[in-house]
Structure formats: C-alpha cells, structure tokens
Write a protein that binds this ligand. Structure first.
Ligand code: PGA
Length: 221
C-alpha cells in the first residue's frame, strides 16, 4: 500500500530510556493522530517490541521503523537482530544512515544484504543516500537524501539543492524521496514540494515532543 504523503520520519537514534520514549509517544499523540500524511518513529531497537504492542492497543496512526537491521538472517550471529524477527512489529527499516556508514563501517555490500533481508521480510526500506551518486540497492522503497554536512549541524541544505537532487534520485526508480539534515519546525515547509520531495527525515528536532508536534502542524494539509 502506498503511504499517504507527506511522510515524516522521527529518527530518535540512541536517545531516551523507555519511560522517556513512552512520554514522547503520549505527548506527540495528538499531533501524529491529526496528521494527514504518514508519521513514522524509529526508536531504539530495545523498544520496538513494546512500542509495537502499545501502538496496536491504542490504535495509533503512528508507524514504527527500526533504525537498522542485520545483514544476516537468523542464526549464530551474536547481538544481531534479523529482519524476520521483528517484521511483524515494524512497517519500515532505515538502512544506510551515514552514522552507520561512518561509525560502523557499513559498506555497499553489507547494505545490499540488509536491504535484501528487509525486502524478504515484507518490510519497506528507507535507504539513506549522501548525494545523487550513492548506489541504491534493488528493493528500496523510500530514498532519504541526507547530505553529511547537514546532519545534526543546524546547517541544512538549501531547498533548491535538495529538490534538484531529489529530482535526479527520482529518475533512478519509482521512489518516495525524503530530505533529511537539520530539518526544523521553521524550515520544514520549504523542503516539501509535491512530486519532488515527499517528506522529511528528522533527527534532533524530533527529540522534543513539542518541536516535533509543531513540525507536523507546520505541514498539516
Ligand atoms: P538531524 O538528523 O535532523 O539532527 O540533522 C537527521 C538524521 O540524522 O537523519
């Protein structure tokens, strides 16, 4: 099923304890339920299972993503989480975030295996690229253009450049394209452009429930 647009992803990275995350869910509930597009939260892997249960119980509109997935299927791979182990709890998986490429040396071959496992588990891949030249593996559904200079720096790309890159990405496949990198409640609207940039991936500005709710309200249709 196609996602309602715009699509907004809150990438919480390795922030929050369960209690803090639960408060975040409660505090953003009104804005996420009222939003006409699709809102996705990617919490720590530690909270996926419990979050999935809570969201089902509350019939929340908010969807869940993992921030990563193993390159391996189930087996003797200590510490790994295989796509098939959480496929019933998530709708999306973020693969290839630049923090993982940089801090964990995730290279193209590894990323291709991850995307293949995500696809096999019938979960949608949100694949992060640093520019229009990053290779996009087979099976990707959503591409997030995230220039490294803009991630966590407060120095977002210009909407014009982000839109130009998105147009190029759209010529490579039928992707939903997101922009990510210092998106805030103030600048979010400038990035979205129908048929060009379909949504945003938000890190820092998603951590405060009030900023995140305001961000959603700023682009409410
Ligand atoms: P940022 O992070 O919004 O803090 O720049 C974006 C991301 O890492 O996806």
């Amino acid at each position: 099923m196609n996602d309602n647009l715009p699509l907004v992803v809150a990438n919480l990275k390795a922030n929050f304890t369960w209690d803090q995350f639960y408060s975040w869910l409660e505090q953003t509930k009104e804005a996420t339920n009222a939003f006409g597009g699709t809102v996705i939260v990617a919490p720590s892997m530690a909270f996926i299972s419990e979050a999935s249960q809570k969201l089902k119980e509350k019939k929340a509109k908010l969807k869940l993503a993992s921030q990563d997935i193993s390159q391996f299927e189930q087996g003797a791979f200590t510490g790994e989480v295989a796509a098939s182990q959480i496929a019933d709890q998530i709708t999306y998986a973020i693969i290839g975030h630049s923090e993982r490429r940089n801090y964990l040396n995730e290279e193209q071959m590894i990323l291709e295996k991850k995307v293949a496992n995500v696809k096999k588990a019938a979960v949608k891949t949100i694949f992060c690229v640093q520019d229009e030249n990053t290779r996009i593996p087979y099976g990707v559904d959503i591409v997030a253009y995230e220039p490294t200079f803009a991630i966590g720096t407060g120095n977002a790309d210009t909407p014009e450049n982000a839109q130009a890159i998105s147009k190029k990405l759209k010529t490579k496949g039928e992707y939903t394209v997101l922009y990510g990198g210092s998106v805030t409640e103030e600048n979010v609207k400038s990035f979205l452009k129908k048929g060009v940039i379909d949504g945003v991936l938000v890190g820092s500005a998603s951590l405060k429930s009030e900023s995140f709710s305001n961000l959603l309200k700023a682009i409410q249709l």
